[in-house]
Write a protein that binds this ligand. Structure first.
Ligand SMILES: *Cc1c(COP(=O)(O)O)cnc(C)c1O
Length: 227
């Protein structure tokens, strides 16, 4: 068994245990393997171990690997900051984007999503902790952004993404995840039904699952440290 295969099996076990511990159904969390900084051959290795979803943070780096792995039916998630000059590549080459946080990006992705492809799955990134130079929309902006994504014919609103500040304690992370869950519930009350809460990384995915995460983005715990 390779290191990646072993790590994936271990994480699947821990995800299942975290779901059981809070009475949630088995398989109600998608694992996105965050492969930034990893070569295509290690992504292929994880794919052979049954991993279907991969997350990338840098467009140029991602495109090279998407091309290299064109024959492999991977579902690609863009999770990094979205610059407006990179929206076309995201709209054309990814199935998901987790990090939409402003109107201009929504308009561009909608215009640039090819007509032969299904609608692009969109998560709105929330800066729940109000950190200064962090990506993400303020909680007060979520409603209008959700309305814009819902009205965009080439986009599909799937939910919210967020993360606690890097130095958070377990309790602080839990509070941040719980706020995201609440924001999604508020959206549902306003008529924006979604099915995805993208929360939790290598260091905090079990806390995120306890707070309703349906999608964990895990890099180093699968692939080891990035160089
Ligand atoms: C890098 C990254 C991750 C994965 O982080 P790990 O700590 O390596 O699991 C998850 N989400 C985002 C947005 C990232 O940039």
């Amino acid at each position: 068994m390779t290191e990646i295969t072993y790590h994936l099996a271990e994480i699947r076990k821990r995800v299942s245990a975290a779901l059981r511990a809070c009475g949630r159904p088995e398989n109600s969390v998608t694992i996105v393997a965050v492969s930034k900084g990893q070569p295509a051959r290690r992504i292929a290795e994880a794919y052979r171990a049954g991993q279907l979803h991969f997350g990338e943070s840098y467009v140029q780096e991602a495109l090279e690997k998407i091309d290299e792995l064109a024959a492999v039916p991977i579902e690609w998630h863009f999770i990094g900051p979205v610059q407006s000059n990179k929206t076309r590549a995201i709209a054309e080459r990814f199935q998901w984007v987790h990090s939409v946080d402003r109107l201009k990006i929504i308009e561009r992705l909608d215009t640039q999503r090819p007509f032969h492809a299904p609608p692009l799955n969109v998560l709105i990134q929330v800066n729940a902790a109000g950190e200064r130079q962090k990506a993400g929309a303020a909680p007060a902006e979520i409603h209008s952004l959700a309305a814009a994504v819902s009205a965009a014919p080439r986009l599909k609103l799937r939910g919210l993404m967020g993360m606690p500040p890097a130095s958070s304690t377990a309790a602080e992370s839990g509070a941040c995840f719980s706020e995201l869950r609440q924001l999604r519930a508020e959206l549902a009350q306003l008529g924006y039904a979604t099915d995805t809460l993208s929360m939790g990384m290598s260091g905090d995915y079990e806390i995120a699952i306890a707070n309703g995460s349906t999608c964990v983005r895990i890099g180093t715990a699968i692939f080891g440290p990035r160089n």
